[in-house]
Design a protein around this ligand. Structure first.
Ligand code: ATP
Length: 986
């Protein structure tokens, strides 16, 4: 094997070797080079059986003037000749074995002497750099520059410590440490002095020496694409070990962006240790370094201990006390022991420890902040979590310790807050200044700080004001890209510039356009005539706005909001009629079968009332309970266009369901559908011109030039979500609100009653009165069956017997989610028709159930429900002209207060806003629905509504200038890096 390989090797001309693409090897070899490789290879060389490898080592030496990759290439060959698969293999096997336990008696310096191409300390100690890091460093632009600096400085034989690599990094990207926000690129462009390593210290750079032309060019090239650094793998952070890298990866920190978006939970406001020092406090001190020692404490364990002496007040006195010499005696000296621990044999080498020690010089004045722990000896404290800043002089110390915020991070996936803090701070150091995709003019207009300052400000704020502006900028970003993405998608669907400008104009001016009833399609007008009531002004204007949208060659994405029972369904039916009247199809998707059946029956009844019955479109019901034979017929009808309107559950989004010419998708209770379900629904609902069968039926011009348009989407929400939330979910701001209730509605009387014996007597008495007066009663329970774990909860099934015997003269029915579909329909039908007078139910009735003459609702264990949910439930009564009551039975006196808001208010918007503030948007939409919200890691919709509005305006401004973002390359790139957005707000 060796000989054959040797043969191959010798045939290769040296020139070829120089051109080989061994970039990835460069990193790998760099990793191993100074730590294991030279001693090991040399060691192996001295074994007689590997004499041939010696020749190649000599060849390596002969190539000493060649570029580094060529030498590394040769070294790799040597390992292969020695019988290993490569350097990795050799290290992982025999070489590591020695490293871990065997006595390594080989004198490295001898090898260096013999082969001058081998220089020790050529690279930073490789223990802390894994292969991945190095190869990615090699790819990274900043990294490559740094790498070049190291190569250029290769003559320095000093072994360097791992931390210093990122010190160098910092010096390449001057950061906030020195308060200087100027950038490397700024230096380059302004022609100001450039960065170059200081002679003799390969990890320091200063500004007064020119760099070579190559470095200059590289640096200039690096300037433009810097914003993509955020989406690079976290292994671009220097100093990350392989273990750290995989730990972070496992916890979801795949990119630098993900890491930097792990925001502090809060900030501890560090105080000067003026009064007392207690265990676990976060404090700030200014003092002088007394000593710095790197200590080898075991075979594979070492630590650095820096002792700092600080003067603090005697307990009980404050700085103001020092007015004269005598008073100043009240000062006492304490000793802080700053400790950093290292595990691993490689950290026990003396050069490493000496180099750590040398970072902290005796007599340096430093500012230390962090968590203190008292030690046994009086006035001695230990700090393991700390930040240390060396002050220029003692005067500096006066500015220290005024107010310093110490970020407290949430832990993630087992990674400790302090560990994350450290990694994040390293991540911040490699951020170049030019990462901001948002143009300066927008930043100025909306008074935003730049992105790099925002990241620094949120993670390492100097004061609360800085943290606050950072937070504002980051929230702005969360909203801005959401809005930009939505609007961009909408513009993409449009053909001409005029149309695009028109759309943007529409969103700039919130006043809505409407189509007069006269201009509605004939079918819509006929259907309107068949209604047993007149539309309320709000319903009428909602239909007119929607029809205006339907006539435009832009897919509508509109949310129809309205308080419970305000009559949204009829508005959606009219929109469907308009589309059908123009020769297209409509789909109406609801979350439950119960609701699908109800809507279907309701619509059929209305269509029956139509004067011109021939005009009535074909309507079908498709749910999970539809027989497969029936489903096949329905699918066929939808495909060939025979069916105009389908009402159904999520069966509508099944793969098999195809439409001939779907033009509108109505999604009732839209937030009840999962993200994936809605995505599927959107993607499949594309108008298919090939199978257009109803072309001849077109009666208006709404379809001109739009035969490849996505269907309009009308989402409805019975949960009256506040405007900010709606805007966040629907960046295009197509929001229609029904603000009035149908006439004749009498406000529901709400009572909060404690569920004790007396309380229930009152409740039963009120129920009996209602039943005697001819009313119908819903009894709502939190659970179906009684459970041993929660005996205090009343259960619907268990209560059936009790209630039936208590109200012997009246019929009771049961309705819950576990019942079969037809049983549920039957239970509701009997209640609607009056065959049953009391319906014991779970929250299954919460959504959309419409029994207009139901006049009383009693909610058991009402404290188990959210405010918005109770409001929804309460909306099941009071839907007709009968005076209705809602009784909320609270099982504990403490929960009475929370429920009282429902007694006072019947305004769904007000109650929902309250819920939003109290519990956040996820809870408002129900726990299962929280995933529907776009990710807002830092923004709080309930308090950041104004920023959302600004972000919307900024997005309009940007797109107004460039519809396809062609003039904003960085923004476009940023947008594409963020999650693709669906038209429904996911
Ligand atoms: N303009 C109107 N005049 C009189 N009654 C109306 C009017 N509009 C709707 N209704 C009736 O009001 C009741 C509630 O309407 P609908 O079910 O559409 O409300 P909704 O907004 O969908 O309520 P929910 O949020 O509970 O689903 C229905 O019985 C409906 O027939």
């Amino acid at each position: 094997m060796v000989s054959s390989l040797t043969g191959t090797f010798l045939l290769l001309p040296a020139g070829d070797m120089c051109t080989w693409q061994y970039q990835d090897w460069l990193g790998k070899v760099a990793v191993r080079f100074s730590n294991f490789f030279f001693p090991k290879i040399s060691n192996l060389y001295f074994r007689s059986k590997h004499k041939s490898s010696g020749k190649f080592l000599e060849k390596v030496d002969a190539q000493r003037k060649a570029k580094y990759p060529d030498r590394s290439k040769l070294l790799k060959k040597v390992t292969v000749l020695l019988g290993y698969d490569g350097i990795d293999d050799s290290i992982d096997n025999e070489l590591c074995e020695k490293c871990n336990g065997g006595k390594d008696d080989f004198d490295v310096s001898l090898a260096c002497k013999r082969f001058p191409s081998i220089s020790l300390g050529f690279f930073p100690p490789v223990e802390l750099y894994d292969e991945a890091t190095c190869s990615s460093m090699d790819e990274g632009l900043l990294a490559s520059q740094l790498y070049q600096q190291f190569l250029a400085n290769s003559s320095d034989p000093k072994l360097v410590d791992p931390d210093s690599l990122y010190e160098t990094w910092t010096s390449l990207c001057p950061g906030r440490e020195d308060g200087n926000s100027s950038s490397l690129t700024e230096h380059m462009h302004s022609g100001s002095p450039t960065l170059k390593p200081k002679a003799g210290r390969n990890l320091e750079f200063h500004l007064d020496e020119p760099v070579s032309a190559t470095t200059m060019l590289e640096t200039q090239n690096t300037a433009a694409p810097m914003q993509d650094i955020l989406d690079r793998s976290i292994n671009c952070i220097p100093g990350l070990t392989k273990r750290q890298y995989s730990q972070l990866e496992n916890c979801g920190f795949h990119t630098l962006r993900k890491l930097l978006h792990h925001y502090p939970r809060t900030y501890a406001n560090l105080q000067n240790a003026e009064v007392s020092i207690d265990d676990g406090q976060y404090l700030i001190f200014v003092g002088k370094i007394l000593s710095s020692r790197g200590i080898r404490a075991g075979y594979s364990f070492s630590f650095l201990e820096v002792v700092v002496a600080c003067e603090v007040m005697q307990n009980g006195s404050t700085s103001e006390c020092i007015v004269d010499e005598t008073e100043s005696r009240k000062l006492r000296t304490i000793h802080l022991h700053l400790k950093k621990f290292f595990r691993g044999t490689r950290f026990t080498y003396q050069p490493f420890l000496r180099s750590l020690e040398s970072k902290h010089k005796e007599g340096d004045v430093v500012c230390i902040s962090g968590k203190v722990r008292t030690m046994r000896t009086k006035d001695h404290y230990e700090m393991r979590e700390y930040t240390l800043d060396t002050l220029q002089d003692e005067e500096d110390s006066s500015t220290c310790g005024k107010e310093t915020l110490y970020p407290i991070y949430p832990s993630k996936g087992g990674l400790k807050p302090n560990y994350l803090k450290d990694i994040i701070s390293r991540g911040l150091q490699i951020l170049p200044p030019n990462i901001d995709p948002i143009p300066e003019v927008i930043r100025e207009d909306f008074k935003l700080i730049c992105l790099r300052d925002a990241y620094t400000g949120i993670h390492q704020p100097k004061n609360l004001a800085e943290a606050d502006s950072a937070r504002r900028r980051l929230i702005f970003d969360e909203f801005f890209y959401l809005q930009l993405g939505r609007l961009y998608q909408m513009l993409e669907g449009l053909g001409t510039k005029l149309e695009k400008d028109g759309l943007l104009d529409k969103y700039r001016k919130p006043e809505l356009n409407a189509v007069l009833v006269e201009d509605w399609s004939t079918l819509t007008k006929e259907f309107l005539k068949a209604l047993p009531y007149s539309l309320t002004p709000s319903q009428l204007s909602s239909v007119s706005q929607i029809i205006w949208d339907l006539k435009r060659p832009v897919p509508m994405n509109r949310l129809l909001q309205g308080d419970v029972g305000c009559g949204k369904t009829i508005v959606a039916f009219l929109a469907c009629m308009e589309v059908i009247g123009s020769g297209y199809q409509a789909a109406f998707m609801v979350p439950t079968e119960l609701l699908a059946v109800q809507h279907y029956e309701h619509l059929l009844k209305l269509l029956e009332n139509m004067e011109n019955r021939q005009m009535a479109p074909s309507v079908v019901l498709l749910t999970g309970s539809t027989s497969s034979r029936q489903s096949n017929i329905i699918r066929e009808g939808l495909k060939n266009g025979d069916i105009s309107l389908v009402i159904g559950t999520h069966s509508l989004i099944a793969d098999k369901v195809e439409f001939s010419s779907l033009r509108i998708a109505v999604i009732d209770e839209q937030h009840r559908f999962g993200v994936i379900q809605r995505g599927l629904f959107n993607s499949k609902l594309y108008f298919n011109p090939a199978s257009l069968k109803l072309e001849s039926a077109k009666s208006d011009d709404s379809s001109k030039g739009d035969n490849i348009m996505a269907p309009h989407v009308l989402a409805m929400s019975a949960t009256p979500i506040p405007r900010t939330l709606a805007l966040a979910l629907y960046g295009d701001m197509s929001l229609t609100q029904i603000t009035d209730l149908p006439p004749g509605r009498i406000p529901i009387e709400t009572y909060i009653i404690e569920g004790n014996e007396d309380g229930f007597e009152i409740v039963y008495k009120m129920m009996l009165d209602e039943l005697d007066a001819g009313g119908k009663v819903y009894l709502v329970y939190p659970v179906i069956e009684q459970s041993e774990q929660l005996p205090q909860l009343r259960a619907a099934s268990a209560d059936l017997k009790t209630i039936s015997s208590r109200f012997a003269g009246y019929n009771c029915g049961l309705l819950h989610g576990k019942m079969k579909s037809d049983m549920k329909d039957e239970a509701l039908r009997r209640f609607r028709s009056g065959e049953t007078n009391i319906l014991l139910s779970t929250q299954v009735i919460e959504i959309g159930v419409d029994v207009p003459d139901a006049s009383m609702m009693v909610v058991m264990n009402a404290e188990r429900f959210g405010i918005a949910q109770l409001h929804q439930l309460r909306g099941r009564v009071g839907r007709g002209d009968r005076k209705s009551k809602c009784i909320l039975v609270a099982s504990t006196p403490s929960s009475l207060n929370r429920l009282k808001v429902l007694e006072k208010s019947s305004d769904g918007f007000q109650l929902a806003s309250m819920d939003l503030v109290l519990r956040g948007p996820g809870d408002l939409l129900g726990k299962k629905q929280s995933g529907h919200l776009p990710e807002f890691p830092i923004a709080r919709l309930e308090i950041d509504g104004n920023i959302l509005q600004e972000a919307h305006l900024a997005a309009l401004k940007i797109l107004g200038e460039s519809h396809d973002l062609g003039s904003f390359h960085s923004l476009k790139a940023e947008l594409s890096m963020r999650q693709p957005l669906s038209p429904l707000g996911d």
